[in-house]
Design a protein around this ligand. Structure first.
Ligand code: DGL
Length: 269
């Protein structure tokens, strides 16, 4: 009963942790492409190639379903992979849709025409590649009208987190929030559109102030995965569980252990 979870590095662990809590009976095989992180400064073709290779690695390990727990990969590769045709019995899902459904107060699979929603001014924090793709705005436009989105490309934050430099990550988050507020002084909601950012959620909330509702993906994606598996129990693969990295397993294990505050042991992918 193994589901694959993929991220460019450590950020997808935020989704994995929420999924483990929501679905304790399911095993997960995590793959972080730390050797090639960050993805957020790469062009779309590059992200597509790397993502496709990583997803294939998880499929080949027995995972029938792979979650792209990475917005940058979801933005650049998900649609292209799905449109290119997936191997028989294999699926790949991304992280945008659960988030946007929560923001627009929709149930899973509600494909009714776009309508007005309560939230009107949304701040989007994401990697430069995700912001450049405009994938968030495109998915939002399918579901809601009249929502003003101001996007802030948060350069450097993923690198700082991957390096374990949380002081730098915090300083960068605060400066990106300030930059956003110069463009949109009073956002009602803020979307953390990168799976690394929940590790900095307190800093985002603190810098944005208590009146801004912060949407973070981990729990939303976990809930949506539970819903999907309830309808597609045949998508539970039978490969081994564990943690794989294309980077240095010892270094990556140390960082992951620091973030999750329990021993996590990565192996070479
Ligand atoms: N966690 C990835 C995301 O959600 C980070 C991307 C990166 O490697 O820059 O976008």
């Amino acid at each position: 009963m193994t589901v694959g979870i993929f991220d460019s590095g450590l950020g997808g662990l935020t989704v994995l942790e929420a999924a483990r809590q929501r679905l304790p009976e399911v095993d997960f095989l995590y793959l972080g492409d730390s050797a090639n992180a960050p993805y957020g400064v790469r062009d779309a073709d590059d992200v597509f190639e790397l993502t496709q290779k990583a997803v294939k690695r998880l499929w080949d390990s027995g995972c029938d379903l792979v979650i792209l727990a990475c917005n940058t990969a979801s933005a650049a590769a998900l649609r292209r992979m799905q449109e290119g045709g997936l191997p028989e019995g294999k699926r790949v899902l991304g992280v945008f849709v659960p988030l946007i459904e929560a923001l627009t107060e929709r149930q899973w699979g509600d494909n009714s025409p776009p309508r007005e929603v309560a939230v009107k001014h949304v701040a989007l924090f994401a990697t430069p590649a995700t912001v450049a793709s405009r994938a968030f705005q495109r998915e939002l436009a399918f579901r809601a009208i009249g929502v003003d989105v101001e996007a802030q490309a948060c350069g450097g934050v993923v690198d700082a987190i991957e390096d374990g430099d949380m002081i730098l990550a915090e300083a960068l988050v605060r400066s990106h929030v300030e930059a956003l507020k110069r463009k949109m002084p009073n956002p009602q909601a803020a979307v953390l559109g990168c799976t690394h950012y929940p590790l900095m959620e307190k800093t985002f909330q603190d810098a944005l102030g208590p009146d801004v509702q912060v949407f973070s993906q981990a729990n939303l994606v976990a809930e949506s995965l539970a819903d999907y598996l309830a309808r597609h129990s045949d998508m539970l693969g039978d490969g081994p569980a564990g943690y794989l990295t294309t980077g240095d397993p010892r270094r990556v294990s140390d960082r992951a252990t620091q973030f999750l505050r329990r021993q996590i042991t990565f192996e070479a992918a």
